[in-house]
Structures are given as C-alpha cells and as structure tokens.
Design a protein around this ligand. Structure first.
Ligand code: LLP
Length: 437
C-alpha cells in the first residue's frame, strides 16, 4: 500500500520523495510517514462500514500506535475519532484540534487526575474497573453537571486468539476490563447511577491478529451483553469491538484486508442483533496498527560491519531498540531495503544490529540485501505502529525526527531531539555541582 517507487537514480521514493534526499535534509535515523497510505486505511474502514452496516458507526484511530499532533490531526481530518490511553495522549489529541466528543479514553488504571481531566473536557470514558466507577459516580454526585459524563464499560470477553502473549488482552486472565461474571452487578450499579450516561460496551481481544473468527465471536458476545443490558432496562447504544487487525511485516504474513475484516464484523454484528430483535447499536472499532503501521518506514544510515568468518556478518545502523523496541520486545520481524541501491541484486545475507549497548539490540536477525557499505541508507518498512510511540532514550540516544510525505512534498512532524533536550529535565543538585574539595 505504500506509495513506494524507484526513481531514475535507483533510489527508493515514498510519497514522491527520494528517501536518500530526505535523509540528507532531515538527518538519520528518520521516520517517514506516507500520508496517502494513512488516509487510504482510514477510508477503507469507513467506506466499508458505510457500505455494509445499516446503523451509525464511528472509527477511532488507536493513537497509542503513533500518537503525535500530526497523526491525530490526520485521523481527525478523515473523520475518525481518537482512542487515547493516557492523559498525555488525551492532551495531544486535544492539542491537535480533535474535539472531546470524538475522543474515547481507555486505561486500566487512570489516575484521579486523568479522570478529572477527562471529565473536565468531557470525552467518553471507557471504564475498566470498580475503583474508576466509584470515582466517576462520586464526581458526578458532587458536581452539578449540565451533561452527564459519557461512560462505556470494558469487559474481558474470554476469547483466545493467536498472537504474542504480551499483546493478548481478551482472555479472562487479563489485567484489562471487568470480569463478565460481574456483569449483573455492573448493570445494577449503572441503574443506581443515572447521573452517568451509560453509553455502551467495549471489548478488545488483542493485537496483530490475522484470524477473523475471534472478532466474530466477540461480536456475538457483545450483542449478548447488550441484550442483557436491555432486559435490565438499560438500553445502551454503542458497541466497541476494539482494534487488533494485523499487518504484513514479512512476506509470510497474510492478514485479511481491512475491507474484508470490517465487512465480516459489520455483518456479524447486524445478524446477531437481528436474531435478538435488537436495534442496531452504533458500531465503533478502534484500529491502530492497521492504519499507521504500513504507512511509515524508518531510514537508517549504515555504519560499521563485523564479519565473523564462517558464522555471520553484522551490519550496524545508527538507531535500534531506542527507535524500534519491537524486535527485542516481541521478537518482531521486519523487512528491509537499501534505499540507494534499489536496482542492485540482493546477494549478501547479514544480521542488522542497532547501536545500543545491548546484545539483543538486533533489528533484523537475518536479511538478504545488496552488499551494504558505510553511508548506505537502510530502510525498514512498516514501522509506523508502536515504534515512535514506544521509543526511548536508552543510552541517551535522541529520538529521531519524523516527516510526512505526500505528492513529492515532505513536512517535518517531529523534530529530532537534541543533546540539550536530553538534559532539559535533569536537575543537578547544588551539592553535586560544586567541585570536590
Ligand atoms: N483498543 C485497545 C483497547 C487497545 O488496547 C489497542 C492496542 C487497540 C485498540 C489498537 O490495537 P491495534 O489495532 O493497534 O492492534 N505494543 C504492541 C501492541 C500493543 C497493543 C496495545 N493495545 C506491539 O508493538 O505489537
């Protein structure tokens, strides 16, 4: 889906911009976000729902995948709402001009300050536990609110899916959401607290999922809860099926297309509601990875080479686990290209290492590329999701810059951090800043 081509110089272009020139202009490493791919994914979700779902719907961009002003503004400009998972993500979405009415606030341990912030700006709060419900109810009772806070209930659906165990969230032994066995008590609580607007139900089963069946099962489970709520005289009007659609990182990955996945969910939910004679709820989904993941690449500059005879060749680049912690965290696999040698045959199999003081800082454990030399530009693809958003300053490496590219134009969206930025929040106590006697 990336608008990638090869130009007359044999260089990779994205969004009509020569990647080698982008690195020369904006520095290395560099995140490059392809606006067209991002927008296309947003449209595929919305168009499919428009064509296949008879009721109202809303697509939320799960901004945890890459939360910054530009990504929030892009999603908003496509008509998407924003899923935020902290006060900081909420602040960023609001600063990008997203109205609170289009923001849904998640989290299994929102602090009192975060809850207060959410209540003040009046976004939808996806309640995750009893403590939160009690705090919300107490707040609403104490304050004379003109509009009751919008609250959704997140439940753990007990659905297993095949993905890395760290990113599975739907199974019962999960830190997220209410135990569905407590649903009757939750409904009682909701009825006892009409000062809160009980908007609907939410569940999320995990991330980087390729099978459709778990989400179809989830639709059935959600509709079943919706029916129970109705029977208890609590008509809720929104169902949020979460996110989780996987993307292709390497050739062997075969995720369903966005349109296919969305259509399947839309049909399943409609059918389940019909069978139970329920009016169609507003269908909400909140994809992150499938919107922004394929839309960005990371460009690195090749540095040192270490050849271990008869064993392996290591090629080191000028970034690593600080800008992409996914390989070391989840054994995630990626695909790489040499942006300045796109017409050279790939003949050398190497291991691409990062620059950090950590043996596990390997970006690609084995990849076949054109023979690389120092100063070549190595591009790792599909790095839009959970790269920048999980980046760190390990080894005090400044975070890279990011640009958005479209139709031959590149615009900076994140400034490269400087060494001064790195110490900007450091405090040197006076006692330590005076020379030793
Ligand atoms: N909604 C909720 C409540 C979530 O927890 C998540 C992701 C999403 C939506 C978006 O899921 P997506 O469409 O992006 O799969 N850091 C991990 C992924 C963590 C996912 C966390 N929750 C990784 O790099 O693979």
């Amino acid at each position: 889906p990336l608008t990638a081509e090869i130009n007359a110089r044999g260089h990779l272009t994205i969004g009509g911009c020569d990647v080698v020139e982008l690195v020369a202009q904006f520095g290395s490493p560099l995140y490059i976000l392809d606006e067209f791919t991002f927008r296309t994914a947003c449209r595929q979700y919305q168009d499919t729902l428009q064509q296949t779902y008879g009721g109202e719907f809303l697509v939320l961009y799960a901004s945890k995948a890459w939360n910054c002003l530009a990504t929030c503004a892009l999603a908003h400009s496509e008509g998407l709402g924003i899923d935020v998972a902290s006060g900081g993500e909420l602040y960023t979405a609001l600063s990008a001009g997203v109205p609170a009415s289009h923001i849904y606030f998640h989290g299994n341990n929102k602090s009192p300050q975060e809850l207060l912030y959410a209540l003040e700006v009046n976004c939808t709060i996806v309640a995750d536990n009893w403590l939160e419900l009690e705090r919300l109810a107490a707040y609403a009772e104490e304050h004379d609110l003109s509009t009751p806070p919008r609250v959704m209930l997140r439940l753990t659906p007990g659905i297993e899916c095949h993905t890395h165990e760290y990113i599975r969230t739907g199974h019962l032994d999960s830190k997220f959401g209410f135990d569905p066995q407590q649903f009757p008590e939750l409904l009682q609580f909701a009825k006892a607290h009409p000062e809160l607007d009980w908007v609907g139900l939410h569940a999320h089963i995990g991330s980087q999922i390729f099978e459709e069946q778990p989400h179809l099962d989830l639709c059935d489970v959600l509709v079943d809860w919706l029916a129970q709520a109705r029977e208890a005289m609590l008509p809720m009007r929104e169902l949020n099926v979460g996110g989780g659609l996987g993307i292709r990182y390497v050739e062997s990955d075969n995720p369903p297309a966005i349109a296919h996945w969305t259509k399947a969910i839309s049909h399943q939910l409609s059918q389940a509601c019909q069978q139970r004679h329920l009016p169609l709820p507003k269908l909400i989904c909140e994809p992150g990875r499938s919107i922004v993941g394929p839309a960005a690449v990371t460009a690195y500059t090749v540095g040192s080479r270490k050849v271990i005879p008869e064993l392996r060749t290591y090629i080191a680049v000028d970034g690593g686990m600080s800008d992409n912690p996914r390989p070391i965290t989840y054994q995630a696999q990626y695909t790489a290209l040499c942006a300045n040698r796109m017409t050279t045959a790939a003949t050398e199999t190497v291991r691409v290492a990062g620059k950090h003081c950590e043996s596990g800082d390997i970006l690609l454990s084995q990849v076949t590329l054109p023979p690389l030399q120092a100063n070549d530009i190595l591009v790792v693809t599909s790095t839009g999701a959970y790269n920048y958003s999980m980046a760190s300053n390990y080894n005090r490496v400044p975070r890279p810059a990011a640009v958005v590219v479209c139709e031959g134009e590149a615009n900076l969206i994140l400034q490269r951090e400087t060494y001064a930025d790195l110490v900007a929040h450091d405090v040197l106590p006076l006692r330590l800043s005076t020379p030793a006697p």
